[in-house]
Design a binder for this molecule. Sequence first.
Ligand SMILES: Cc1ncc(COP(=O)(O)O)c(C=O)c1O
Length: 431
Amino acid sequence: MSHAPVPGPRSLELGARIAGVECPAFTHRRTTRAGADATDAAPIVLASGSGATLLDVDGNRYLDLAAGFGSVLVGHAAPRIVAAIAEQAGRLVQGLGDVYASDVKLALLERLARLHPSPGAQVLLAQSGGDAIAAAMKTATLATGRHAFVAFDGAYHGLGYAPLAACGFRASFREPFAPQLNQAVSFAPFPGLRGATVEASLAFVSDLLRVRPCAAVLVEPVLGRGGCVVPPAGFLRELTRLAHQHGALVIADEIWTGLGRAGSWLRSAEDGAVADIVCLGKGLGGGVSISACIATREAMRGWCQGEVVHTSTHAGSPLACAAALATLEALEEEALVARSRALGSEAVERFRRALATSRFVRDVRGRGLMIGVELDGAECAMKCVRGLLRRGIVVVSGGIAGDVLTLTPPLTIDAEALFSFGDALAEVLAA
Ligand SMILES: Cc1ncc(COP(=O)(O)O)c(C=O)c1O
């Protein structure tokens, strides 16, 4: 789908300028990963998008299977979202947060509260996924009076100080800041990761909760950044039962899995669990930054003590609320949750067939349009990311070992375009 080299001359020029002015962490990581092949690793610079198509500054066209790390849930420049943002921008861009709310914020709060399986749930709006997790951890602490948490190996909840303490994805993200982080976070094995079974995971959590009173168990219903690891059915339900038995709450981090991404509105509810707190983010704003911590009325009651709040200037901004409402409407009216589930399972089957003979492919898995292709190591995955990019397909790699290609396309993606990934990857692997 491209006509200039990838990256093209304009991307190379702008990429070098970005490297000059942006925090060096990103360029450092890119060049370290690329090793000797640093030129090949130079980034493209994006200019525009429509649906599941991206254009870079050189005019190259790409099929977007990453969709802003899964946040562009209903496609780039979706007319309904663009119209909602434009209408709201002409009416009221900023309210006065938690002092004087806006009408559109109320509409979103009511809509989000209804998503929680427990009637009467209440909502705390935040800006990023990590911000919603911080709000959830505070909610659990206030509700229980406890400070310890159980998190999971391979889990990723954001990089602010509260979620960073629970980051099982990469110890190197935590280590430089360790003395500043909550030390009372224990990491349990996640079923399906490094051979852990449900039984081993639940036994670990049970032993832990018996000796250490915890505020909450924080869990991703499907490990996202950790490599699209899907635990066996019923895990969330059993985990919730166990947590409640020991007076701990459950925080379901549905920032990646929720809103249809993993094929259901809430993956935790689908698995039979009523999590006390559910966090949403990523796709909630259709690409605009907004997140939510939705909790049972009982859990939220903890905030009614002394004077304690969790808020920020832009939390629940009318613009983001309008984008979120339009996204939720699109999901509902276009039946995109069911589409994600059906299209995702067909895509996994097709990818398995297309890649069956490649010795570099270890596994193809996922739920809904959250699909992981585990490859033979991180180097192989990086080569595929770059090879696919040259063929006009954008994907990112993830997994605790960096060896999983992670596909999170818009839920509106054309089916045949999505299926084309299987053959494209097979060609890259064979080259
Ligand atoms: C499951 C999960 N939780 C939380 C986060 C953090 O979200 P954000 O990057 O918006 O802070 C992410 C981001 O990838 C995520 O995948």
